[in-house]
Design a protein around this ligand. Sequence first.
Ligand code: TNX
Length: 539
Amino acid sequence: WGAYGYSISAFEIWDGPPAAPEPTLGLIPQPVSVTETGATPFTLHPNTRILADGDGAQAPAGYLARLLRRATGQKLKVAAHGSGPAPIVVEVGASKGPEGHEAEGYTLSVTAAEIRLRAATPNGALNGVQTLRQLFPQWIESKDVVDTAWTVPAVRITDYPRFAHRGMMLDVARSFYPVGEVKAAIDAAAPFKINRLHLHLTDDQGWRIAVGNPPVSPSGIDYGLLTRVGGGTAMTERGTEPGITGFYTKADYAEIVRYAGENGMTVIPEFDMPGHVNSALHSIPQLNTAGSRPRPAAGETTVPHNGTGSVGYSSFDANSAVTYEFAEHVLTEIAAMTPGPYLHTGGDEAHVTSHADYVKMVDAFTARVHALGKTVVGWNEYTGTALPQDNAVVQFWNGDRAAVAGAVNDRGAKVVLSPAANTYVPQKQDPRQPEGGTWACGGVCGLDRHYNWDPGTYIPGIRESSVLGVESALWGEFIRRLAQAQYYSYPRLIATAEVGWTPQAQRDYTGFTTRLSKIGGRLTVQGTNFFPTAGVPWR
Ligand code: TNX
C-alpha cells in the first residue's frame, strides 16, 4: 500500500505480501541488450503487411504471419521485396545480423511506425520473431481470435545466444509420444529459443522408429520386427498407467524433422547402445548370441520383454558379427533420414558389458557414424573410447567430469551439459509433485537449481568455447503423455533455455522469476501445463 503514498489504518491490520516487482517486458530468455525507448508503441492494424526482404526472409516472415494471424484474425499478407514499404519488415542477409554472432543473432527495433527485424540467417530472424512474439499481449498465444489492441512496446534489441545448443530431450522409448504430441512439445518450447530436439528413440522398454528398408536383410535379419515387436512394448512397471506403445514411420519422422526445422530446431536421434538394448534383443532373434545379455530362456529365440525401470542389465554381444551388421544398418538408415549433423549412440549405463567389450563396440558405432558423415554424440560414459578428432560430442549427465575434460583436451570433443541436478525434469521440482525422483538433488530439484548454475565453469579445466550448450532431459519412466511431460518440464525447461542463451553476468534468479511471472499468462493461454512454482509471483 506504500506505493500509494498514504495509509489507511484499517489496511494496516494486514500488511499483505510485499508487492511483487513489476515485470517490465517479461522477455525470456533475457536478450543481450534491450532498450525500452519510451516512445509510442506500435499497433497492428487489419491491413498490416509483412515484408520479407532477402532470400532467407520468407520462412521467418511466414512463421510470424501464421503466428499473428491465429489470434488476431488479421490477414497479414507477406509481401516480397520491391512491393513498397510495409510496417513490419523482416530482413535476412549477410552483414544484417550482429557482427560476430551471425548464426543466430538478430536486431529488432520497434517504433510506432515500424517493426524492423534484421538477421544474417533465417534462424537468427526466427529468434527475433520469438522475441517479438513475447512483446505482443499474451493473448497472441490464443488459438482462437481475440479482440484486443495488438500493441508492441517501442524497443531496440540486439541479441544472440551464449551457446549454440539449447536442447530438450524426449524419452519416447519408455513411453511413446505420437507425432501430434511431439509437435505440441515443439510448439511449447520454441518461444524460448530451444533449438535442438533430442529424441531418445530406443531403450530396454521399446523401439520407436522404422528402419526396415529393405525389411529383410540379405543375411536374414527382419528389421521390420523392431517396430512390429519393439514398437508394441513400453514401460509397464511404474507410473500412473502403463507406458504408451507405438513407433514413428519414416513419414512420421520426416514430419517431425520438418516441423522441428520450421521451429528452428535440429533433431538429434539417439539409438542407445550397447546397453539399454532389451527391446532390440526381444525383437531380433539373431542378436541373441552367447555374449548378449540377458540370455533367452531354454527353447526361446529372444529375451522376454522387460517393462521394468531397471537399467544396466542388457547388452549386445561384442564378439558377434550380427551386432555390427545391425548397428551399421540402423545407423545408416537413420543417417539418411536425418538432415541434422548429429547421431547419438547412447553408451550410458552398460553395466553388464565388460570394459573391453564396451570399447570395442562403441568404437565401431562411432566409426560408423563418422563414416556416414555425421558427428557422434554419446553420454559421458563414452569419453574413454576412440572419439574422432574434433568431431565428437560428449553429453554429460552424471559422474566423471575430469574424463569429460580429458576428451575435450585430448580429442577436441565438444560438450553438451545435462547435469541431472540441473536439467533432469522427472526429478521432483516440488514435494507436491506426486511422482518423480529425488536422487539428483538429495531432495527436490527446484526451479532455482535449474537456473543457478554456470555451464561455462561446470567442467573444470575446459574453455567455455568447448561447451556446445545445455539440454533439459525428460526421461520417461513414469511420464505418460504430453500434459504430464509439461507438468514436470515447465517452467524448468524455460530456466534451461535462459541458461543456454543469456550471458552469465546478466542472469539473476530474482529477475528471472519476475519475468517468468509474466510468462505464466502466456503458458496458460497457449495451453502449456506448467507447474506453478512456489515463490514465483505468478500474475
Ligand atoms: C539414467 S541419464 C539414465 C536413464 C534414466 C534416467 C532417469 C542416462 C544417460 N541414463 O536411462 O531414464 O537415469 O532415471
